[in-house]
Design a protein around this ligand. Structure first.
Ligand SMILES: [Zn+2]
Length: 614
């Protein structure tokens, strides 16, 4: 039996409940409403656990509940346990870290993707295996465990990886969930404790969970299944690269027998013309979809999404900035979405010319700044194993100890490839000597049979440290050493360029009353909304990108999520030309518009072309 009305959904306490909640249908409100009703019915807040996917969503939930001008008006001390799935998992790991080879003191989470890849590669090289095999092993993360990965039972690379992580007393982002499950399965006492706290277990964004997260939810709700209440939308599943899988929604009723399903059917964000176009994309590509829901609209209908064909990326940035400017003047908020970061520098430039401010991210800055920042962090904490490992990678990629092959695909000769792998292996093996008394840098210092590369690394790092500790006496020396050792700013012009970029970034972040422009990659669009949404770069080799690690179905869902951020106006751009490096295809001119736009069934409007040309 399905739950047909909102009241039936929010008040269903007799079976596990799944609520299908499309974009802008008020799922945060529903969860907050359920929590408030539980509390008003006298349920102890200690028996309610609410799990969100991101920290933003977590914050948002708390604000919705405690907003004293809002609907629920709870006090902070009344709030139940609201956390992200990962932070709950970490709390569980801290109950018994020894059983997963970690120590309680100074146990920290390692969330850096770059470090994860590097340590996986090191683990493979130590075992005499290849970098490719380390990439395959890394897929174990999507399942939470090698044992759950259909392609590999217990793999040596993961075991070696955990050995290194254990030496550093760090748990990586995904392993928090895996280790929490292991601990719960091993200890009935700890399991009981967390099950009691989760007698009412509310879960947001159920479409994003992976195998390990499902295992955690199953364990926690085993004590009292009818308290399980999850909301999600399989059409918004965009995290396959992290193992997120809409199948968990599609099979909810098999996983939790006797469960009931409800749907939220009132669109409170997007109007009919935007939803209609967005549904067309899903209908064409996402064939496993539940199907177009019967939606009612509580918002006034507006224009159909505009599809603009522009001659070049420069014209695109100008028109985008003009649209943003008039929207901001009308006091409307603006969100600009791009398939990847590379689009933003040009757009930010055009926005600044029009005195518009954007919340552009530090990660949009040139890579050199990131590297400089890393070296600065390292001189302040050379005992940090991961930082040392990262700066050593910088040193062999572009710095003092450069070994060709930072990008292996660009290496022409077999011999240089062999040489590069040999050097990488030497560095990887240093981990074998790292222990509680001797950190990575200590080992580099003390290595007896060091090869030339490692000697260069050692000398470079030592001279940086010396210059840093002497910088009171000779302040210029450290900057000189930094650019020499790291290989950045060997051309002084680049340093001044970087300073300009940083200043521009800081400038663009000054908050103004008239409202700012939000800039995000499409992957980061979830949870956001704006009156005016602009999506750029909609060409066939960019989105869908045939080489992406997510398939065309997931990319179609990504486009769907992006489109449904818009409350009033949606602008979709594709360009005749796109510079290489941003465009993935071999052609940089006469580019085809995205097949996702074709599905909308309308021609593009020509914008910014000279009159005599077509
Ligand atoms: Zn594995």
């Amino acid at each position: 039996m399905a739950l047909t009305t909102y009241e039936e959904i929010v008040n269903n306490f007799s079976t596990p409940t799944f609520v299908l909640a499309g974009p802008g249908t008020g799922k945060t409100y529903l969860l907050a409403d359920r929590i408030t009703r539980l509390l008003r019915n006298g349920v102890n807040k200690e028996k309610i656990t609410v799990l969100t996917y991101t920290t933003d969503a977590n914050q948002n939930m708390k604000e919705t509940l405690t907003d004293q001008t809002g609907h629920f008006k709870l006090n902070f001390h009344e709030l139940p346990n609201i956390s992200t799935m990962h932070s709950l998992a970490l709390t569980i790991v801290q109950e018994d870290p020894h059983s997963v080879n970690l120590l309680k003191t100074d146990l920290q989470v390692q969330g850096n993707e770059k470090i994860k890849r590097l340590i996986y590669r090191d683990a493979a090289l130590i075992l005499g295996l290849t970098e490719e095999s380390s990439e395959e092993a890394r897929e174990c993360k999507q399942y939470g465990d090698c044992n759950q990965n259909p392609d590999r039972e217990r793999c040596g690379i993961c075991i070696k990886y955990w050995e290194i992580m254990s030496k550093c007393n760090r748990v990586d982002f995904d392993d928090q969930i895996l280790f929490a499950c292991k601990i719960l399965e091993k200890s009935p006492t700890i399991l009981k404790k967390y099950q009691l706290q989760a007698e009412h277990l509310l879960i947001d964004e159920y479409q994003d969970i992976n195998t390990a997260q499902f295992r955690l939810i199953e364990l926690l709700s085993r004590g009292k299944r009818k308290g399980l209440f999850v909301v999600g939308d399989d059409a918004q599943s965009i995290y396959a690269f992290r193992g997120g899988d809409p199948k968990f929604i599609l099979r909810f009723q098999e996983d939790f027998l006797g469960s009931e399903i409800g749907k939220l059917n009132i669109s409170r964000r997007c109007h009919e013309n935007i939803m209609n176009d967005a549904f067309k994309v899903l209908e064409k590509y996402y064939t496993d979809w539940y199907g177009r829901p019967n939606i009612q609209f509580s918002v006034e209908c507006g224009d159909q999404p505009y599809i603009y064909h522009v001659p070049s990326e420069i014209t695109e940035a100008r028109i985008v900035a003009n649209i943003a400017k008039s929207a901001i003047q009308e006091k409307k908020d603006v969100l600009i979405l791009a398939p990847k970061k590379g689009f933003f520098p040009l757009i930010i430039k055009e926005l600044s010319k029009r005195c518009l401010y954007s919340d552009c991210q530090v990660s949009f800055l040139p890579k050199r700044i990131e590297i400089a920042n890393r070296f600065l962090a390292w001189v302040e904490g050379p005992s940090n194993n991961f930082l040392t490992r990262l700066v050593i990678e910088d040193l062999i990629n572009i710095g003092l100890a450069k070994v060709p092959g930072a990008n292996k695909k660009k290496l022409k000769s077999e011999k240089s490839l062999y040489k590069r792998i040999e050097e990488e292996t030497e560095i990887a093996k240093i981990w074998e000597l790292v222990n509680k008394d001797s950190n990575f840098f200590n080992v580099v210092q003390q290595l007896e049979k060091a090869n030339t590369t490692i000697v260069k690394i050692r000398d470079g790092l030592n001279s940086l440290l010396t210059a840093y500790s002497d910088h009171g006496e000779d302040p210029g020396e450290f900057a000189k050493q930094l650019s020499f050792v790291s290989g950045i700013w060997s051309d002084p012009l680049k340093l001044s360029q970087d300073i300009c970029d940083v200043v521009r970034l800081l400038d663009s972040q000054i908050p103004v009353i008239t409202g700012t422009v939000q800039l995000r990659t499409m992957r980061k669009a979830k949870g956001l909304q704006a009156t005016v949404v602009i999506i750029v770069g909609l060409e066939n080799d960019i989105i869908p990108d045939p080489d992406s690690n997510s398939d065309v179905v997931e990319q179609a869902r990504l486009f769907y999520v992006s489109m449904t951020r818009a409350k009033e106006s949606l602008y979709l751009f594709h360009s005749y030309r796109r510079p290489r490096g941003i465009s993935y295809g071999p052609e940089w001119s006469d580019k085809q518009r995205s097949e996702f736009l074709d599905v909308l069934g309308r021609k593009s409007e020509w914008k910014g072309f000279r009159k005599n040309k077509k």
